[in-house]
Design a binder for this molecule. Structure first.
Ligand SMILES: Cc1cc2nc3c(=O)[nH]c(=O)nc-3n(C[C@H](O)[C@H](O)[C@H](O)COP(=O)(O)OP(=O)(O)OC[C@H]3O[C@@H](n4cnc5c(N)ncnc54)[C@H](O)[C@@H]3O)c2cc1C
Length: 295
């Protein structure tokens, strides 16, 4: 009887270097990295991917950490699971928006296995972590045998399931800078079932001036409403340098909805998703503002 998944050779490196050496031996079509397997195995069962070689990085303990690094901020190893991030006291204290986001990623089972590195590397435009990381101005570290490079989270996903990762690279670390004073961040996804993929998601960061009156910085990130998560930069400009009011947030929501590029699918029409962006940016922006006032 034909098995569901086609045969493959399976490697279990214990270090990043071992994994990278294996990766360099095979080409992109024949070889895949597997971390928690929560996305990859589905594609293999559907035979959308039939790798001959699987490099299982889950045993590389050096990539499984969550730590605060002085002034540099938060560092999350690519193999930290969704559940570890959700439960981490360090994250709950200083970067609670990340823990809040993780609480609604799928089920506890998936969160126990799935890794943040795997989620981001998968390049799914509906993934929850990416818009939060973009709002937080996070950086992603990629490592190959020839060295390391770090890019902004907003530049990582290039298109539908396509990322800036080269075949010879591993995503190794996510770096989140310490939040500036008077800053609030909020993320919300709208899905038909709790824990399901987003129809639209919005992450907003608001920084207020010393008197907590004027918006000195704003970052608005959108998920699931384009071929990649994106920043709504025109909407951000509406808020910057001004006293944020309900009317201003409504204007930012309208502009963000025009900047987004959702498509109609079985779950919702383009028009419905644009409307979600309009409403969510106003709501989430208001919540980020309240957090900034209390920060
Ligand atoms: C039922 C279900 C519901 C889900 N719902 C949600 C949801 O609501 N929101 C959400 O955001 N996600 C959701 N997911 C996706 C889930 O969060 C991801 O599948 C998971 O986080 C991926 O991590 P992983 O470690 O399992 O990656 P894997 O499946 O092992 O890998 C995914 C991809 O990333 C590559 N990869 C993995 N790690 C690395 C690395 N360090 N460097 C380079 N490439 C790497 C792999 O080669 C593969 O292409 C859901 C998944 C399931 C099964």
């Amino acid at each position: 009887m034909k098995s569901v998944i086609s045969d493959f050779e399976y490697f279990t490196p214990n270090t990043v270097e071992e994994a990278l050496k294996l990766l360099s031996q095979y080409n992109e079509e024949e070889c895949k990295i597997i971390a928690g397997g929560q996305s990859l195995i589905i594609l293999m069962k559907q035979r959308l991917l039939t790798p001959k070689y699987l490099i299982d990085i889950k045993g590389i303990s050096d990539l499984d950490y969550i730590k605060l690094d002085g002034k540099q901020g938060l560092k999350i190893g690519a193999l930290a699971t969704h559940r570890a991030i959700e439960k981490s006291p360090v994250i709950r204290n200083g970067f609670s928006v990340l823990a809040e986001m993780e609480q609604n990623v799928s089920s506890v089972e998936t969160r126990n296995w799935g890794t943040i590195g795997g989620n981001v590397s998968h390049g799914d435009p509906s993934g929850d972590p990416a818009p939060v990381l973009i709002a937080l101005n996070a950086k992603l570290k990629m490592t190959s045998l020839s060295g390391e490079r770090i890019i902004d989270a907003e530049d990582f996903t290039l298109d539908y399931f396509e990322t800036a990762l080269r075949h010879d690279e591993l995503l190794t670390e996510i770096q989140v800078p310490t939040l500036p004073p008077n800053t609030g961040v909020k993320f919300t996804k709208f899905s038909q079932i709790i824990g399901d993929y987003a129809l639209a998601s919005v992450g907003v960061l608001v920084t207020l001036d010393e008197k907590k009156e004027i918006c000195s910085d704003a970052r608005i990130a959108l998920g699931a409403v384009g071929t990649a998560p994106m920043r709504a930069k025109k909407a951000e400009e509406i808020l910057k340098g001004k006293r944020i009011s309900d009317d201003l947030l409504a204007e930012a929501g309208q502009v963000a909805s025009e900047e987004s590029s959702p498509t109609t699918d079985v779950e919702a029409s383009e028009e419905y998703k644009r409307n979600l962006v309009r409403v969510l940016v106003k709501r989430v922006g208001g919540e980020a503002l309240e957090r900034a006032k209390k920060a």
